[in-house]
Design a protein. Structure first.
Length: 165
């Protein structure tokens, strides 16, 4: 007997295909500028989700051993997000990365992240990137973000948070 999750298969995906999928399906972000790698998940031979892993956006995390899931996007297929988060960690750690981070909107539950072994680190950022010296038009949600991590090492950045946000 097949379970729904057994029909999900991790597959390699070209950046161009991945970014086109994001353009079609992501709710609130455009494609990222680039990537270290990207991975897809297929169901019955059809691409149903992608994850993009790149350099961390936060400068203080750019230590050469930390990567960031900069986009994760599915068409709504059950368990696809969890499968992609777990695969992104396996790939990044096999490449020598010791920490993988990602951010979700504070209004999102993070169920897929928790299900795939990630730890909530805390509430971060949010708001507009526009400033008087460099005006920008915000095309993304401005609410606070929740940072999740998978790590091989313990650091001051990876202390788990027990409070519910």
């Amino acid at each position: 007997m097949k379970t729904k999750d057994s029909r999900l298969t991790i597959i390699p995906v070209f950046q161009r295909t991945c970014f086109a999928f994001i353009d079609r399906h992501h709710r609130h972000h455009r494609r990222p500028a680039g990537s270290i790698f990207q991975v897809g998940v297929a169901q019955e031979g059809r691409l149903v989700g992608v994850a993009v892993v790149g350099r961390p956006i936060a400068r203080q995390l750019q230590d050469g051993r930390t990567a960031e899931v900069t986009r994760l996007c599915t068409d709504g297929a059950p368990n696809a997000c969890s499968k992609l988060y777990a695969a992104a960690w396996r790939i990044a750690s096999s490449m020598g990365y010791v920490r993988l981070v990602t951010y979700i909107l504070s209004s999102e539950a993070g169920t897929s992240l928790r299900a795939s072994g990630w730890t909530l680190v805390g509430l971060r950022g949010g708001g507009s990137w526009s400033c008087p010296s460099r005006k920008r038009i915000d095309k993304h949600p401005l609410e606070k973000k929740l940072r999740f991590e998978r790590t091989l090492i313990k650091s001051e950045h990876s202390k788990p948070v027990t409070d519910k946000y």
